[in-house]
Design a binder for this molecule. Structure first.
Ligand code: HEC
Length: 140
């Protein structure tokens, strides 16, 4: 467990270093927003559900924060690093077995296509951190 903490901390540190160069929000607008709505309420989503291509990003961010639990008293920074690491991995290697969407959502949407080769390492770091940070305190 200690070792895991250390690795995650290192992931966190390298993220902080990479984050500063690229604006994660711009990457989101460019690469993710064509499928993921940035901000919307659950009620609004229901109204336009037929045209929605992917779960809204506000929902994705909240779900990941709630679902990714390692130990009860996990340090906030480590939790953040783990959620960001999950996003980074998912964008490149999406898989049904990893998906944390509700089963109903997965039935409606196909699996996310991999964005491998479409993002630089820095863009990937920045957008993954942005997905975590932007939605802190914003509910779906
Ligand atoms: C071509 C459409 C498309 C694009 C572009 C896209 N996604 Fe997705 N994404 C999806 C769909 C559909 C799902 C729901 C199915 C799934 O989980 O694979 C999803 C799910 C996700 C999930 C949730 C995984 C889970 O736990 O279920 C994350 C995280 C995610 N996307 C991040 C991103 C990020 C970050 C970007 C931009 C860098 C992005 N996506 C771009 C279609 C897209």
């Amino acid at each position: 467990m200690k070792k895991l903490g250390l690795i995650l901390l290192m992931v966190g540190v390298s993220l902080v270093a990479a984050e500063q160069k690229v604006d994660g929000e711009k990457v989101f607008e460019k690469v993710c927003a064509s499928c993921h709505i940035k901000m919307i309420t659950k009620e609004e989503t229901k109204k336009i559900f037929d045209t929605v291509k992917a779960p809204p990003m506000v929902e994705v961010s909240n779900q990941l924060k709630n679902n990714i639990k390692i130990v009860d008293d996990i340090d906030d920074d480590i939790h953040r690093a783990v959620v960001i690491a999950f996003i980074k991995d998912y964008v490149i290697y999406p898989h049904m077995d990893k998906a944390m969407c509700e089963a109903m959502a997965l039935e409606k949407f196909d699996l996310m296509p991999s964005l491998k080769g479409k993002l630089s390492e820095e863009e990937l770091n920045a957008v993954s951190a942005w997905v975590y940070d932007f939605y802190v305190g914003k509910k779906f």
